[in-house]
Write a protein that binds this ligand. Structure first.
Ligand SMILES: Cc1cc2nc3c(=O)[nH]c(=O)nc-3n(C[C@H](O)[C@H](O)[C@H](O)COP(=O)(O)OP(=O)(O)OC[C@H]3O[C@@H](n4cnc5c(N)ncnc54)[C@H](O)[C@@H]3O)c2cc1C
Length: 386
């Protein structure tokens, strides 16, 4: 990794998918007076490294669908463009719907997806049962399936962006925690990295679940809360075919996808309070496993290979915040992806680079994602959150 320079034009705080993608897209535009700071000894150890790797078009709001329509093709092109394999698998996402309220909401979601050109299939309960006979799905009323949803490798994506940004001239530094932000006359002036001061003109807050803590260093409150989410992988399960989709039992926030020769499964605890604890909640794991085995009985034959917990970075409307902040010039945030930031990382970094270099995003109108929406109370919540 590089040494910390004595000054720079742009500081990016956080070396997860957002910071890495922003660094790469700045460099691709020829802007390389950039320092990417990561507090951990390696990049991508935060939420990005803990994530399930899911990528999907199936959302309930136009802006999230549009972000996917721009971001997922960037993952298609990733290996050719950046020379880094990311294990892209188009296995499809299958949502299982088990109550009438979700059926009605998903009918609206699918109509919106169709209107934007996303060809999600509507399935009857019987069609779901035929598609994945391994499931105990007697209670499933309907389902939705989109074949172009799937999986990619988060570590590959971060490594690809970091290595390419470095090759283009960006300075990337690990073991470097930002502990303070200096401002003067309503402008950013410098960051403190331990006891070292790094003068800069622009700060990009890409600190994920820690972004509100970082923002507070500049006196700017951000409504982003860290919420623990955990999952586990199993030993090999030969009865799971290679074509097994990413299955989401929506009402239970329970999901499965093929991982190696076995499965990865997770279930979101709706009672999980905000906080930075990343230890596995063993009691919740028991609840999760009972629900998982009830839905996919052959799981009872598998052992646990690994388990871990990470943090979602959650906003009140489950949409990200991308853009400048009116109280402080030179300060840009890209955070709050509420459980689906990995898949939106490629486009979010490109949009953030546009905001830094041009003052506004031009690839997509993202005014609905502005930080000011919370004060204005103009919230439209994403429904498809897992
Ligand atoms: C269990 C789990 C499953 C998920 N599954 C999916 C999924 O299937 N699909 C999907 O799209 N998304 C998923 N997500 C969400 C996704 O992982 C996140 O939205 C995304 O990774 C956020 O990226 P980020 O770069 O903003 O945050 P991070 O990856 O957390 O990066 C922020 C970085 O900032 C660093 N940092 C923090 N404070 C400082 C500081 N003061 N100084 C320097 N560095 C600092 C941190 O160490 C960290 O590396 C999942 C998340 C979890 C936890």
């Amino acid at each position: 990794m590089n040494e910390l320079p004595t000054s720079t034009q742009i500081v990016i705080i956080g070396g997860g998918v957002m910071g890495a993608s922003t660094a790469y897209h700045l460099a691709q535009r020829g802007c390389t007076d950039v320092v990417l700071l990561e507090k951990q000894p390696f990049f991508g150890l935060g939420a990005t490294g803990k994530c399930a790797g899911g990528i999907r078009y199936q959302f309930s709001t136009a802006i999230n669908i549009q972000l996917s329509q721009l971001s997922l093709p960037m993952l298609d092109r990733f290996e050719d463009e950046l020379g880094q394999a990311i294990d892209l698998r188009r296995c499809g996402y299958l949502f299982l719907l088990t109550n009438e309220a979700d059926v009605a909401a998903f009918q609206q979601n699918v109509a919106l997806q169709h209107s934007l050109g996303v060809s999600t299939q509507w399935l009857t309960g019987d069609e779901v049962r035929r598609m994945v006979p391994q499931l105990a799905a007697g209670d499933v009323l309907a389902g939705t399936f989109h074949a172009k949803d799937g999986l990619a490798d988060p570590n590959g994506v971060v490594a690809g962006y970091i290595n390419s940004a470095r090759r283009l001239g960006v300075t990337t530094v690990t073991d470097s925690e930002v502990v303070g932000i200096e401002t003067e006359g309503g402008r950013v002036k410098a960051v403190m990295v331990g006891d070292r001061r790094l003068p800069c003109e622009v700060i990009v807050n890409a600190a994920g679940p820690w972004s509100a803590v970082v923002s507070q260093m500049a006196g700017i409150p951000l409504p982003v809360q860290p919420i623990r989410r955990q999952m586990l992988t199993t030993t090999p399960l030969p009865a799971i075919p290679v074509s097994f989709p990413f299955v989401i039992d929506f009402a239970q926030s329970l999901y499965f996808h093929r991982e190696g020769q076995g499965l990865l499964t997770g279930m979101s605890n709706p009672q999980q309070p905000p906080g930075f604890d990343e230890s596995v909640d063993e009691a919740w794991e028991v609840v999760h496993l009972e629900a998982a085995i009830a839905r996919l009985p052959l799981l009872a034959q598998a052992g646990r290979a690994a388990h871990w917990a990470g943090l979602y970075e959650v906003t009140p409307d489950a949409h990200p915040i991308i853009g400048p902040v009116s109280q402080l010039e030179g300060y840009v945030v890209v955070t709050g992806f509420s459980g689906h930031g990995f898949m939106h990382g490629p486009i979010a970094g490109l949009l953030t680079a546009e905001i830094v270099l041009d003052g506004r995003a031009s690839t997509l109108d993202i005014s609905v994602l502005a930080a000011g929406r919370f004060q204005a109370n103009q919230l439209h919540k994403e429904y498809n959150v897992v």
